[in-house]
Design a protein around this ligand. Structure first.
Ligand code: PMP
Length: 360
């Protein structure tokens, strides 16, 4: 008899498929919003020393207290305000697992980070989509506030992936004032935005506010899998009670402590990425039939004729990988380009200029 798993799988999980971004090895990979600049030598050295000094025979500290102390010091909060996870992804999943479930709605503002919808579905948390305006991807603020009034949680992303724009502080304030929902501000890319963009300082006065951060972007540590939430201690305690106890392993904890301690060394790298973003945007602006949106993150969303083919030809003929969003609702013919090094960006612009001309 044929073995059919469908009837055995939890109904909410039927149809999910393994995440495979189809990374074709390419000389220039601008597809996953990683930091493509070399890690500062002083940080790499500190990480290597920390890893060498870390025994592997013992379990990790399940509370990751040393790492939480370093992160708390970074943000001027206490250890009790910090929850760490195996990337921001794990924390998102745990948030929806903990605060979702039947009848507890999540409000999201697509196009945004696709994992919100995936994880919420897995956690059987109903989703209400408040679509962004199609021309500039700004939020539909009145609809968002209205939806937030009936929600368990609202997630806004600042800067937003993949559109690159920020959420006004006034909108976050209104969500706090006019709804009773938990408000999650995903700041995975905030280090690339203007000073003062983060609302992490608001945590002390707003126990329903949660801020998600990651070491995967500005800190160059996507492979390490370490993200964290800054939130009220009652939220952190609840999440700590349900999380996979050892999901942030000893090596990740040791490396993350070293990277965050040496954070000043990342400042020139981040400044360079921001400068490159502006230069890249200027060059993209000279390509006819290419539309782009202003970005405060380490990527730029563009729209070009025949985007899927352009992406494929970039990969096959120029060995440059970017992310195709053409399939996503609201993002027809859109590609997301991670800001790379100066050399990578130049290669991308030259290739794109030729391909857009040919495919137009
Ligand atoms: N939030 C946003 C908006 C993201 O784009 C990402 C990663 N692409 C994450 C959270 C999670 O990042 P990580 O799991 O690497 O910390």
């Amino acid at each position: 008899m044929a073995f059919d798993l469908t009837n055995r799988v939890r109904p909410a999980l039927v149809g999910f498929e393994p995440y495979d971004p189809a990374f074709t090895p390419c000389e220039v990979n601008l597809s996953a919003n990683e930091n493509t600049h070399p890690m500062p030598a002083v940080v790499r050295k500190a990480i290597d020393q920390a890893l060498t000094a870390t025994p592997l025979n013992r379990y990790p500290d399940p509370l990751a207290n040393d790492l939480r102390d370093v992160l708390a010091a970074r943000h001027g909060v206490t250890r009790g305000n910090i929850m760490v996870g195996n990337g921001g992804d794990e924390i998102l999943f745990n948030l929806f697992f903990t605060f979702g479930g039947s009848g507890r709605t999540l409000v999201t503002c697509p196009p945004d980070f696709s994992e919100y919808a995936n994880f919420a579905k897995m956690c059987e948390m109903p989703i209400v989509n408040v679509w962004r305006h199609s021309e500039d991807f700004s939020l539909d603020v009145e609809a968002l506030i209205a939806a937030g009034k009936d929600a368990a949680m609202v997630v806004v992303t600042s800067p937003n992936n993949p559109t690159g724009n920020l959420v006004d502080h006034a909108v976050i304030q209104r969500l706090l004032d006019e709804t009773d929902a938990l408000i999650l501000v995903d700041e995975a890319y905030v280090e690339f935005a203007a000073e003062g963009t983060s609302v992490v300082d608001w945590i002390a006065d707003n126990p329903r506010l949660m801020v998600l951060r990651t070491l995967s972007k500005a800190f160059s540590c996507a492979g390490l899998r370490c993200g964290y939430l800054v939130a009220d201690p009652s939220i952190v305690d609840m999440l700590s009670a349900i999380r996979q106890i050892y999901s942030v392993d000893v090596l990740a904890q040791a490396a993350a402590i070293a990277a965050v301690t040496e954070r000043d060394a990342f400042a020139p790298v981040v400044a360079d990425i921001v400068a490159e973003r502006e230069r890249l945007s200027l060059h993209l602006g000279n390509i006819k039939r290419l539309e782009q949106w202003p970005s405060e993150a380490n990527f730029i969303l563009v729209r070009v004729p025949n985007a899927s083919r352009v992406r494929q030809r970039l990969r096959d003929e120029y060995s440059i990988l970017v992310r195709d969003f053409s399939y996503a609702p609201g993002l027809a013919n859109c590609l997301r380009i991670t800001v790379g090094t100066r050399q990578e960006n130049d290669l991308l612009v030259d290739a794109l200029r030729d391909l857009v001309k040919e495919e137009a």
